[in-house]
Design a protein around this ligand. Structure first.
Ligand code: CA
Length: 229
């Protein structure tokens, strides 16, 4: 599943250049050019990483970063700030904004991609790992293969994405709406019962030869993924 990155930058050519390069590097990219709009967007959906320009029209990047650190849902969101050389003073660097990393303009795209990749590996290892292993189930992203105790499990693309998403947060319970937003995407309208159909199919595939059901149904809440070790 492509990591989702929100890029907030008011220089349009730079924003377009970043979008182009991150999309080429297999990120799902969303963009905003104004701090206030970015704040609204973050309240609607939390990306996997926020790339935030220091000076923005509307709410400044510094203030937005500070607020993001205060909201419970975005408290641990990985943030990289883009700063102009003139902002780069000790006073500014020592400012308690809570960004995880800073990149000074002008920067090379290669360096920025490397810093973003490093931060994601550090903060969200399961999002970028080549192989996810939870309990006796293994999902190999490079080969798009799922195995349970060494046996290959055949899954359709949606069921594969559903499993991949749930494997990133083992034991956590997801509502049907959260699964729809993350696996099918926020933009599409699909009935919540579709989730039940796919969970049923995934469960059946994972259970073919085994006794233990790795998917937990939580009545009135949703689904969790806890296979046995
Ligand atoms: Ca700016």
């Amino acid at each position: 599943m492509a990591p989702r990155i929100l890029i907030v930058e008011d220089e349009q050519p730079l924003l377009e250049m970043l979008r182009y390069n991150f999309e080429r590097a297999d990120y799902e990219v969303e963009t905003e050019h104004n701090g206030d709009h970015a704040e609204i967007r973050l309240k609607e959906a939390v990306p996997d990483l926020l790339l935030l320009d220091w000076m923005l029209p509307g709410l400044s990047g510094i203030e937005l970063c500070r607020r993001v650190r205060q909201w419970p849902v975005t408290k641990h969101l990985p943030i990289i700030m883009l700063t102009a050389r003139s902002d780069e003073t000790d006073r500014v660097r020592g400012f308690e904004t809570g960004a995880d990393d800073y990149v000074t303009k002008p920067f090379s795209v290669g360096e920025l991609l490397a810093r973003v990749g490093a931060l994601l590996r550090r903060s969200r290892p399961l999002l970028v790992a080549d192989v996810l292993k939870v309990g006796d189930i293994e999902l190999d992203r490079s080969a798009m293969l799922v195995r349970r105790r060494g046996h290959t499990i055949h899954l359709g693309p949606t069921d594969y994405r559903l499993l991949e998403f749930m494997m990133q947060s083992p034991s956590r319970v997801f509502t049907r709406q959260q699964l729809l937003d993350n696996v099918w995407g926020c933009a599409v309208y699909i009935d919540e019962r579709t989730v039940d159909v796919h969970v049923g199919r995934l469960r059946k595939a994972l259970l073919q030869a085994w006794e233990t059901d790795p998917i937990r149904t939580v009545r009135g809440a949703g689904y969790g993924f806890d296979p046995q070790p």
